[in-house]
Each structure stands twice: as structure tokens, then as C-alpha cells.
Write a protein that binds this ligand. Structure first.
Ligand code: NAG
Ligand code: NAG
Length: 990
């Protein structure tokens, strides 16, 4: 009754003193506090429907609320995983009998209200798995707290070291938050009742304090994913109750203290990814309760304790990337329900362990990169549970028993780089889950088996064996196949035209066999094909003109007996080398621009052309029919390509922990990239930092080469990622930087590119080899200019719709080992609309000194803006100057500066970079200068197209017909001397 009278007053107060905070009035019932709590929460699943004003005004029937039977007061609120968001209201402080507040696994945001300290009876506070922020208020007044779990939130500020005062605690979880970096507080050791401690990923550095080992009740100790360093103290033997210890991903060093072997209750053990070394104490073999044992990525050496062979509960073990040696315990797996084992990349030797699958449950068997020798034991014939089998890079030999090949659940079989012999049994046809079959570099022989049933097969690597006979036409049934490597075998017969039905192929290598017949035209149907190597065979006939439709980035047809014309686009992609050793091949007059190739010039024979045309017509009809049939398939494949594929972490049994790292693999050369390879971007590997992100050099493990990884700045990252991904995913050209993969994971996005050993053009231009001697001579500069021009021309003219780069500059032109130019950084590039008018862009992209003048007054961007920027790059190449320098004058740039030096030849010669200009190339340089001046013409319509640019540049070639030394060839000088006309043109253009 009293309440009814009071209510109007409350409302009045609210009106007078907003915001309304009933708590301050101190007169509300618990029901009202709960309603206030509900008001601050968002409840999309309406689980709080029962939270409403009722006649009896009791909250005890509210869903998830528990009351004391006698006093009727609220003692518990438990709402686990109910999709609640919003914030926890300070009204919670009203509930002074509350013993349990458990709201785990929701989406609750905001701060933890300090009013919670008024709930002096609180025993359980579980808010794990929310999105709460800010500092955790000091809760040390809650002396009755037994369970405090605030892990997996976004709490920040200093680690709450006052938790050491909560001596009643038995469970403490603060891991997976965003605390400031700091040390583990000494006071933690007071928590002698603690059985469960989760401090993973809490930004701890320094050593583990001795006091931690005083928590003798501990059963679970998780300090993983910190930066803890130093040695592990032998005092750890005091934690006798420990059954789970997680110290992975720290910087811990030293040997494993022998005391650890006394912790016989241990079931789960993870010390992986630290810097531990030395021998594993052999007493570790007495930890008979072990279920999971992980030590991978450390520096352990010596023998692996034999006692592990007697274990009865071991399910998973992963010790890869250490230096263990000697025999592997003979009985390993004999008595345990082993499901996964990864002992890869150690130095184990002797016979291959035979009991790993003794109990029939082995799914992952990874033992690659050791020195195991002898045969694979027969016992594995019964091991049908295998999903992943990798014993590659050992010295295993002998035949593989026929039944072994049929593994119904296997997604990967990898026997590569051993000395196996014999045939692949036809029973492999039962391994229908197979995704990768890798047998390369062994002594396998016989015919290739029928693989038509393996409809999930994506990678087939059989190279470097002694396979003979024909490539079965059934290969066309492998609709998922993306990589086919059959090189270096003794295969005969023709390249089956059915190969063209493998519509997802990216990478085909059939080199160094004895294949005969024509190159099947059906290959042109494989729209995703990127790399084609048919070299060193006996192929005959013409190169199908239709191959140019593919967006190949590499082609090699050398060492065959092909004849006829080399399509000029293919010549651009592969260079002369790709066609060497085919006596009958010829090239068109106009494609003879790059080097003095040994190839013949084609003589046009009209008759022959007629025949060809007829054939083409016929083929077109067939192709059309095929296209109709496959259009659907292609569409599907294109879609999949765009979505990319998930690449799992090959080696790691821990894979589950990183499942969320999804990979989008651009359709380029099959480059195996582990998520792990690029997770760990270290500052010492930083090679550059630009407007869109930081770039790191990463050496892939196992000698898979080097890549560049760009980590996009947070914020705009996703947008730029999508832009770059969208564009680079679609285009391929030898002068465009290749994108291998990209990944968006949580807040950070990364792109994986081919690595460019020589950095960017700007750097190279301003680098000296010896003092005074420039890294790039004129011939190299010219070649780079032409390469870059080809790349940009491809964007403008061969991509439909055209792509405008919008940020062409010397720092965005990268150089590979051979100084081949690659246009990079598509972060701001745009797809031009089909309309010729150009398109409006709200944001101005580009870099000062390179931006076309019209962009100052119009937002219309078209290809000519790139042409302008490219002209500036040419000016840099010719003059060796930077686009903006102080001595050009206030607000002036290189274009202006050059324009003031075109009055006569003498003035022009003065601005040529004297580091590279000498008599022989002076005229060539002036020709390029002329192109540059045209490109930087003020009026966009007067600028040449990139196609014109290439033509003009080609005429200024200093490298052809010249043997690299600097002596002038009189004839050439005469040929290339610009006429007075040309010089006057220069003046006009400016
Ligand atoms: C939290 O919110 C996100 C979207 O904001 C949603 O995807 C997720 O499922 C939510 N989680 C829970 C536990 O409700
Ligand atoms: C907190 O709640 C989650 C979800 O129910 C549970 O898994 C976890 O064990 C709880 N924390 C503690 C310390 O009991």
C-alpha cells in the first residue's frame, strides 16, 4: 500500500531530476529493480516476457530468477546463452540477497556497475562470453565470492590485482580480455582454495611468480597466450591436484622441471609454441592419465620417453616441430584410444611405429619430415578410420599394400618424397572423400588408376614417378580438381580432351613426359586456368588460338614439336622461353618487340589461313555447344572461386582453436599457405608501410618460398580488402602483382601477395650499387617502364569493364628478382562504368605530384588520369628526380619543372638523369621524355591511351640489338636520332 502512495512522488522526482534512477530513491522493491534491469537489456528472443508487473508484485516467477523460499528475496539470476544484449543496470545493487548472477554467453555490453558491490552475498558471478568493456570495478568487498568468471569479454585497464583478496574463490576466470600489459600479481598466491584458474590471453609478461605454486588446490591452470618468459620452477610439483595445464603460446624457456612428472593426475598438457629445450624427463612417461599431450613448436631434443607407449588414455598427441630423435616408442598407441598423432618435423628414425591405429580410431596420422625408413607396416591396412595421412618426406620404401589405398574417410593421402615403389591399387577408387592425393617424387610405377570416383579430389600430385601409359580420360570426371601435376613421368598418348571438363583447374603441369598429339582446344574452356605447363613432350600441331581467352599468368609449351603462329598474347604472358625448342613455331612481325628471339617470323600464307578459319568455324560450333552445356558449371565454379575455400592448418591438431580463420584463396598457383605462417607478423619482418597498411615479408615454412603479407589498417581495412580482393581476384597479368590469398579475421584483414625482392621502383631509382653507380641503368629503367605500361594497358583495355588504378606512382610499381615491373596496390582502384563519360567518385584518391590536374575541378575519373600519373613516373625515370622537390618552386611539380626545360636540345639534355645518360642512350631517353610529356598534357583528351604509350615506348627501345655494353653502334644511333621535328613536338606538347 505504502508503495502506491509513494509512486507519484517517484515520478515527480524523475521529472525533476532526470535521468530517472529509482535506485537513488531507495524505495523500490526487488521486482522493480529487475524490471529496470530488463529495461536496460535487449531481449530479441523475448526470454524475459515473464518479467512484468504482476498482481502479487513478486519476481519469484520471473524466468531465470530464483528466490529464497523463506524470505522471498531474490537470490539468483541465471540466463545462460539467451542472446541478451544491452547493459547491466546499476539497479542490480538493490538485490542484496543475490548469491548468483550468471549471464554467460550473451551479448551484453557496457561496464560492470560498481553498485554490484552492494550485493554482499554474491557467491557466483559469471559473465563470461559477453562484450563488456571498461575497467572492472573493485569487487574485493564481495568476500563470499566463490566463482568469479569474467573471461572472454573486452574489459580493459589494469589487471584487477585485488582478486588476490577474494580468498573464498574456487574458480577465477579473467582470461581473454584486453587488460594492459603487466605481470601476474604476486597476491594471486593467496587464493589457496582455487581449483580453476583461467588467465589465458591476458597480456601478461615476465615470469610466473613463485606464489602461483602455493595454490595447491589447483586442478586447472591456464596461462596460455601471454608473453610469459623465464623458466618454469620445479616448485610446480606442489600442484599435486593439477589435471590440466595450459601454457601454450608464451616465451617460456629452459627444460621441463622434473617435478612436473610427479603430477600424476595430469590429463591435459599443452606447452606448445614456447621456447622450451632439452630432453623430456623420461619420468614424463609415467603420467599415465594423459589424454591430450601437446608440445609442438619448441626446441626439445633427444629421445621421446618410452613410457608413452604404455599409456591407456591418450587420445591426441602433437609434438611436431621439435628436434626429437631416435626410435619412436615401439608400443605407442598399442593400449590407447589414439585418434590423432602429429610427430612431424622431428628427426625420428628407424622403423615406422606399427601400433598407432591398434585400437581402430586413428583419424590423423601425421609423421612427415622425419627419417623413418623401411616399409609402412601392414597393420595399417585395417585402419579405415584415417582422415588425414601424411608420411611424406621420410625414407620409407617398398610397396604400399593394395587394401591400404582404400580409405573411405581420408581427405588427404600424402606419401610424397619417399622411396615407395609399386602401383597405386585400383582400390583407391573407394577413397571417395579424397581431396588431396600427393605421391610425388617416389618410384611409383604402372598405369594411372581410374580416379573417376574421386569426385572431391582437388589436388593430384603424381609428378616425379615412373607412371606410364595414358592419362585416363576419366580425369574429366574430377569436377573439383584445381591442381594437376603429372610432370616427370613416362606418360604416353595424348592430352585427353576431357581435361577441359575439369572446370576448376587452376594449375596444370604435364611437362617432361612423352605425350603426343595436339593440344586439345577444350583447354580453353577452363576459365579458371592460370598456369599451363606442357613443356618437354612430343606435342604437335598448332597452338589453339582460343587459349588467349584464358587469363593465364604462366604458360610453358617449350620443347615440343608444335608449329604455326604463336598467339601474340601468349607470347606476352610466357615470353620466348615458353615456346623454345619448337622448330615449327613462328611469331608475327609486330609481336617481335621484346628481345631478339630465335623464333622465325611467320610468313602469311593465305591458303593456310583459310583452312585455319574453316577449322575455327567448325570449332566455334562445337565450342558453342560445349559452352552451353558448361555454362552452368562455369557459373558455379566462378561463384566458388569468389567465395574462396577454407584452407585448414595442415599440421596442427589444435586446428579447432583457429577454425575461425577463414581463407579466401585467390585462384592463383596453388601455394599452400598455413594460417599459422602469416598469423605471426613480426615487426622485424616489416618491409613497408603505406596508406592502406603495413607490409611484411614472410618466409613460408618448409621452403615454400617467400610472400609479402599486407595487414590493412583497421577501420577502412574491410572496405579496402574487398576492393583489392575484388579487383585482383579477377585479373591476371605478368605485370600486375599477384594476389595469393586473403583473410579477414575479426578486426584485422590481411592480403598475401607474391614477394618482390627488389622493392619498389622509387626505392630502386634512388639506390646506388656502389657510390655513384645507380642500381638501374637506362635499359633497365626502360624495361620497367614498358612492363608497367603493359600492366596498366591491360587494366584499361583488356579488362571489361576497364579498371582505373587511380594511384599509379613509382612506389606502387614493384620489382621482382629480374626487375620485372608489377603494378600493385589496388586499394583505391575502381571499375569504370561502361559509359565513356567516366564516373563520379566522392573520394579523391591518388598521391600529390601524380594527380591529374583535372581532378582539381572535377570528380570525374577516367583512364586518362592513370595515363597522367604514369607520365609522371616516366619523368622520374628519365630525370631521376622526385615528383615534388623544393627547387621546382612553391607549389610546383616535376611536370612544371620539365616543361620549363624543353626550349632546345641542350636544355633537354640537361634534365636527363646524368647517372644513366650517356651518348648511346641519350636519344632513347629523349624519346621516352617525349612520351612522358604527352602523357602529362593538361587536357585529358590530348593524352595518349596506354596502348599508344606502349607503341611509342616500343619505338624507343634501347635494349634490343644491343649486347649490354655501352659501346655505341653507329647504325643505331643514326636510326634513333630524333629529328628536329620531334623536338619541336616536345615543345608543342608541353
Ligand atoms: C551477438 O551478436 C552478434 C551480432 O551482433 C550475433 O551474430 C551473435 O549471434 C550474438 N551472440 C549471441 C550469443 O547472441
Ligand atoms: C560460467 O558459465 C559458463 C557457461 O555456462 C560455463 O561454461 C563456465 O564453466 C562458468 N564458469 C565457471 C567458473 O563456472
Amino acid at each position: 500500500m505504502a508503495l502506491y502512495l509513494l509512486l507519484p512522488t517517484v515520478f515527480l522526482l524523475c521529472l525533476l531530476f532526470p535521468p530517472c534512477m529509482p535506485l537513488t530513491v531507495g524505495t523500490e522493491t526487488e521486482a522493480e529493480a529487475l524490471l529496470e534491469l530488463k529495461r536496460q537489456l535487449k531481449d530479441p528472443l523475448n526470454v524475459l516476457d515473464s518479467w512484468k508487473e504482476t498482481a502479487d508484485r513478486s519476481p519469484c516467477n520471473f524466468f531465470g530468477v530464483a528466490c529464497d523460499r523463506i524470505s522471498g528475496k531474490v537470490i539468483g539470476i541465471s540466463l545462460d546463452n539467451k542472446s541478451l544484449s544491452g547493459e547491466i543496470s546499476p539497479a542490480i545493487g538493490v538485490l542484496d540477497s543475490l548469491a548468483t548472477l550468471s549471464l554467460p554467453c550473451n551479448n551484453i555490453t557496457g561496464k560492470l556497475p560498481a553498485q554490484l558491490t552492494r550485493c554482499a552475498n554474491l557467491k557466483t558471478l559469471n559473465l563470461t562470453g559477453n562484450k563488456m568493456v571498461g575497467a572492472i570495478p573493485d569487487l574485493s568487498a564481495l568476500g563470499k565470492l566463490e566463482i568469479l568468471d569474467l573471461s572472454t569479454n573486452s574489459f580493459s585497464a589494469a589487471f584487477p590485482s585485488w582478486v588476490g583478496n577474494l580468498t573464498a574463490l574456487n574458480s577465477l576466470g579473467l582470461g581473454e580480455n584486453e587488460f594492459d600489459e603487466g605481470e601476474i600479481p604476486e597476491g594471486l598466491g593467496n587464493l589457496t582454495n582455487l581449483t580453476w584458474l583461467h588467465l589465458g590471453n591476458s597480456q601478461f609478461r615476465g615470469e610466473i611468480p613463485e606464489s602461483v605454486y602455493k595454490m595447491k588446490a589447483l586442478e586447472t591452470l591456464d596461462m596460455s597466450k601471454n608473453k610469459l618468459s623465464g623458466k618454469l620452477s620445479n616448485s610446480i610439483f606442489q600442484l599435486q591436484k593439477l589435471n590440466k595445464i595450459e601454457l601454450f603460446q608464451n616465451n617460456l624457456t629452459g627444460e621441463i622441471p622434473p617435478g612436473l612428472a610427479n603430477l600424476t593426475l595430469l590429463r591435459e598438457f599443452d606447452f606448445s609454441s614456447n621456447k622450451f629445450h632439452g630432453k623430456l624427463p623420461s619420468e614424463m612417461g609415467n603420467l599415465k592419465n594423459l589424454v591430450v599431450f601437446q608440445l609442438f613448436r619448441n626446441n626439445f631434443s633427444g629421445e621421446f620417453p618410452a613410457g608413452f607407449g604404455d599409456m591407456k588414455h591418450l587420445v591426441a598427441i602433437s609434438i611436431y616441430e621439435n628436434r626429437f630423435s631416435g626410435d619412436f616408442p615401439t608400443n605407442f598407441g598399442r593400449f590407447s584410444p589414439l585418434e590423432s598423432i602429429d610427430i612431424s618435423e622431428n628427426q625420428f628414425s628407424g622403423g615406422f611405429p606399427r601400433f598407432l591405429c591398434e585400437n581402430g580410431g586413428l583419424q590423423f596420422l601425421l609423421a612427415l619430415g622425419n627419417n623413418f625408413s623401411g616399409e609402412l607396416p601392414d597393420s595399417y591396412v585395417r585402419c579405415k578410420s584415417l582422415e588425414r595421412l601424411r608420411v611424406n618426406q621420410n625414407r620409407l620404401s617398398g610397396k604400399i599394400p593394395a587394401e591400404f589405398w582404400s580409405l573411405p574417410y581420408a581427405t588427404m593421402i600424402d606419401f610424397s618424397d619417399n622411396d615407395f615403389s609399386g602401383e597405386i591399387s585400383p582400390s583407391i577408387g573407394f577413397s571417395t572423400s579424397l581431396n588431396q592425393l600427393k605421391l610425388e617424387n617416389n618410384g611409383f610405377s604402372g598405369y594411372l588408376p581410374q580416379l573417376g570416383n574421386l569426385s572431391n579430389l582437388e589436388r593430384l600430385y603424381l609428378s616425379g614417378n615412373k607412371f606410364s601409359g595414358e592419362i585416363p580420360s576419366e580425369i574429366g570426371a574430377l569436377k573439383q580438381l584445381s591442381s594437376l601435376h603429372l610432370e616427370h613421368n613416362s606418360l604416353t598418348g595424348s592430352v585427353p580432351s576431357e581435361l577441359g571438363y575439369c572446370v576448376k583447374l587452376v594449375d596444370v603441369n604435364l611437362a617432361s613426359n612423352s605425350l603426343t598429339g595436339n593440344i586439345p582446344r577444350t583447354l580453353s574452356l577452363i576459365s579458371s586456368l592460370n598456369s599451363l605447363n606442357l613443356s618437354q613432350n612430343n606435342l604437335t600441331g598448332l597452338i589453339p588460338e582460343t587459349l588467349v581467352k584464358l587469363k593465364l599468368s604462366s604458360i610453358d609449351l617449350s620443347g615440343n614439336q608444335l608449329s604455326g603462329r604463336v598467339p601474340s598474347d601468349l607470347l606476352t604472358i610466357g615470353g620466348d622461353k615458353a615456346f623454345d625448342g619448337n622448330k615449327g613455331l613462328c611469331i608475327d612481325q609486330y609481336s617481335r618487340t621484346r628481345t631478339n628471339s630465335g623464333m622465325n617470323m611467320c610468313t602469311e600464307k593465305p591458303n593456310q589461313k583459310k583452312v585455319l578459319e574453316n577449322k575455327l568455324v567448325l570449332f566455334s560450333i562445337i565450342a558453342l555447344a560445349l559452352v552451353a552445356v558448361f555454362a552452368g558449371l562455369l557459373l558455379v565454379s566462378h561463384k566458388n572461386f569468389k567465395l574462396g575455400e577454407a584452407v585448414d592448418r595442415e599440421n596442427n591438431l589444435e586446428a579447432g582453436k583457429e577454425k575461425d580463420l577463414k581463407w579466401k584463396l585467390a585462384s592463383f598457383h596453388q601455394l599452400e599457405i598455413d594460417a599459422d605462417d602469416i598469423c605471426d607478423l613480426k615487426e622485424e619482418n616489416l618491409i613497408g608501410s603505406g596508406s592502406t597498411g603495413k607490409v611484411y615479408r614472410i618466409d613460408l615454412k618448409k621452403g615454400r618460398g617467400t610472400v609479402a603479407v599486407k595487414q590493412l589498417w583497421k577501420g577502412d581495412g574491410m572496405k579496402l580488402l574487398t576492393a583489392e580482393m575484388d579487383i585482383l581476384g579477377k585479373i591476371r597479368h605478368r605485370n600486375i602483382l599477384k594476389l595469393y590469398a586473403c583473410s579477414a579475421n575479426g578486426g584485422s584483414s590481411v592480403l598475401v601477395f607474391e614477394y618482390m625482392a627488389n622493392g619498389n621502383l622509387f626505392q630502386a631509382l634512388h639506390r646506388d650499387i656502389k657510390s655513384g653507380e645507380p642500381e638501374l641503368d637506362w635499359c633497365q629503367r626502360y624495361t620497367i617502364a614498358l612492363g608497367a605500361a603493359r600492366g596498366i594497358a591491360y587494366l584499361h583495355h583488356d579488362c571489361s569493364p576497364a579498371i582505373i588504378h587511380r594511384d599509379i606512382k613509382s612506389t606502387n610499381i614493384l620489382l621482382d628478382d629480374d626487375y620485372e615491373a608489377k603494378v600493385a596496390d589496388f586499394g583505391v582502384a575502381k571499375i569504370a562504368e561502361s559509359s565513356q563519360k567516366g564516373c563520379d567518385y566522392s573520394s579523391l584518391a591518388g598521391t600529390h605530384g601524380y594527380i591529374a590536374p583535372e581532378l582539381a575541378y572535377t570528380a570525374k575519373v577516367n583512364e586518362k588520369c592513370d595515363v597522367y600519373s604514369f607520365g609522371v613516373v616516366l619523368l622520374e625515370l628519365v630525370t631521376g628526380r622526385r615528383p615534388v622537390e623544393e627547387d621546382y618552386g612553391e607549389g610546383k611539380d616535376i611536370v612544371y619543372w620539365v616543361s620549363t626545360h624543353l626550349s632546345d636540345r641542350e636544355a633537354v639534355v640537361k634534365i636527363l638523369d646524368d647517372k644513366v645518360a650517356h651518348e648511346c642512350v641519350e636519344d632513347d631517353m629523349i624519346k621516352v621524355l617525349k612520351v612522358a610529356v604527352l602523357c602529362t598534357t593538361k587536357l585529358p583528351s590530348l593524352r595518349p591511351t596506354m596502348r599508344d604509350v606502349i607503341k611509342m615506348l616500343t619505338a624507343a627501345d634501347p635494349c634490343t640489338f644491343r649486347s649490354g655494353n655501352n659501346t655505341c653502334n653507329d647504325e643505331n644511333v643514326k636510326d634513333f636520332s630524333p629529328s628536329t621535328d620531334e623536338l619541336s613536338l616536345l615543345a608543342v606538347a608541353s
